[in-house]
Design a protein around this ligand. Structure first.
Ligand SMILES: Nc1nc2c(c(=O)[nH]1)N[C@H]1C(S)=C(S)[C@@H](COP(=O)(O)OP(=O)(O)OC[C@H]3O[C@@H](n4cnc5c(N)ncnc54)[C@H](O)[C@@H]3O)O[C@H]1N2
Ligand code: MOO
Length: 398
């Protein structure tokens, strides 16, 4: 295969990253999920003409006719409305949200009322009526949320108000990570290891968290050495329960075993490899049956960068939001400059400074401390001159 540029790799992902399927789940479990079908209102809101303020419900025609004192017949509350009807010169005390008593069409707020026993009068001329009309928020049957919407807190208000017991959402991609490398050990066990070469696996948890942040369901992780048989066995076990298997490390050239090559006997169909991007040349992507397998480079900064620009769009596509939802580029002015093109699409760690962006150390692909400062990635073109201070560049929240 000849080297593939970033946009071509993304186009390949887009063709494969189709929504996984729909499921109906209770509203109580639906937070952050993606709607696969619109939410339709099962009730009107409000369900009847209602008081918008605490006050007195009466007939507008009486006020227009010059009536200034009204006889108070009773009270109306949201769950216990006044059950009589109101005639000329009569009023009912209403609480906010209470149904308008039969015959009334107007609410004067309590602050404007002068109550004298069973009579109420109003000192000031009539103000705007405080009534919420039936269905004025939304009508029964109306679409309150469109398909594709993320069920964040504000959206949950609308879904609950629509009286939805359950919602139809896209299934979340189940993600597993397989970290490859003889030296890797669980974080927390390197310092005390018998081997002075033990290296904390700094990527597995981070990649699962990134995936979770973008709508996936982390289901597991394993660490294996470089032997093809171990890689294959561990991959087969994880593949039994996941939609996306992320390999980390074991992808570079010149190794005794290559992570993806070890998966060939499992039926791997490679879709791209050898990318013309920096970092991430060793990134590959393929399918094993319905599952997606993406191999990230082992250098931690490179791994996280490629996870952000290729794994995240794969996940948003599978989660029903389309791959673009994972790549919202924002043009920002450069503080300092940017290097000239080196023949490959480049993604550089950067940090926000005021309203702009500053590129961090360009060479440190293995830097893990650097990542703690990098809240943005900058995309630079494969070719072109160095960019001056103030030039705008596409950036991505990292
Ligand atoms: N002859 C060549 N050598 C290398 C090439 C190349 O094209 N030709 N590419 C370089 C690039 S670029 C990268 S990136 C790395 C990719 O290597 P691998 O994906 O095979 O990863 P490893 O060799 O297993 O690891 C590289 C390095 O990264 C660290 N690492 C790996 N996994 C983890 C982890 N889970 N947690 C923490 N750190 C990890 C580790 O320090 C490894 O030494 O290859 C270059 N070489
Ligand atoms: O491609 Mo490596 O992924 O440059 O660090």
């Amino acid at each position: 295969m000849s080297a593939t540029g970033f946009d071509a790799a993304l186009a390949t992902l887009a063709a494969h990253a189709l929504p996984l399927g729909q499921e109906s789940i209770p509203l109580s479990k639906a937070g952050r999920r993606i709607l696969a079908a619109p939410v339709l209102a099962r009730v009107d809101a409000p369900r009847q003409d209602s008081a918008a303020m605490d006050g007195f419900a009466l007939r507008a025609a009486d006020l227009a006719g010059g009536c200034t004192r009204f006889r108070i017949l009773g009270e109306s509350f949201p769950a216990t409305p006044f059950d009589g009807s109101v005639g000329a010169g009569e009023a009912v005390r209403v609480a906010t949200g209470a149904p308008m008593p039969t015959g009334t069409d107007y609410v004067r707020i309590v602050e404007e009322a002068i109550v004298d026993g069973a009579l109420v009068s109003f000192a000031t001329p009539s103000e705007r009526s405080a009534v919420r009309r039936l269905g004025s928020d939304f009508a029964s049957g109306a679409t309150v949320l469109e398909a594709g919407r993320v069920l964040e807190p504000r959206a949950l208000v609308a879904a609950a108000a629509a009286d939805a017991a359950s919602v139809t959402v896209w299934r979340r991609p189940r993600v597993a990570v397989l970290a490859i490398g003889e030296a890797l050990v669980a974080p927390g066990s390197a310092a005390d290891s018998a081997s002075p070469h033990a290296l904390p696996d700094s990527l597995s948890e981070a990649i699962l968290l990134l995936a979770h942040q973008w709508g996936a369901k982390p289901i597991g992780q394993s660490r294996v050495g470089d032997a093809g048989t171990s890689i294959r066995a561990a991959a087969a076990e994880l593949l039994a329960g996941c939609d996306v298997l992320v390999l980390v490390g074991g992808a570079s050239r010149g190794r005794r075993e290559d992570g993806m090559a070890a998966l060939a006997p499992l039926g791997l169909e490679m879709q791209f490899a050898d990318l013309a991007i920096k970092p991430g040349r060793p990134t590959c992507y393929g399918r094993i049956g319905a599952a997606h397998v993406i191999a990230l480079p082992g250098n931690p900064t490179a791994a996280m960068t490629i996870a952000r620009v290729l794994l995240v769009p794969l996940l948003t596509g599978l989660a029903g939001r389309g791959i673009d939802a994972g790549l919202r580029w924002v043009e920002l002015p450069l503080a300092g400059g940017a290097p000239q093109g080196g023949g490959r699409d480049r993604f550089l760690c950067a940090e926000s400074v005021g309203a702009g962006v500053r590129i961090l150390d360009r060479e440190s692909l293995n830097g893990q401390a650097l990542l703690t400062r990098a809240d943005l990635l900058v995309r630079l073109p494969a070719t072109g001159p160095a960019l001056p201070h103030g030039a705008t560049v596409p950036t991505l929240r990292f």
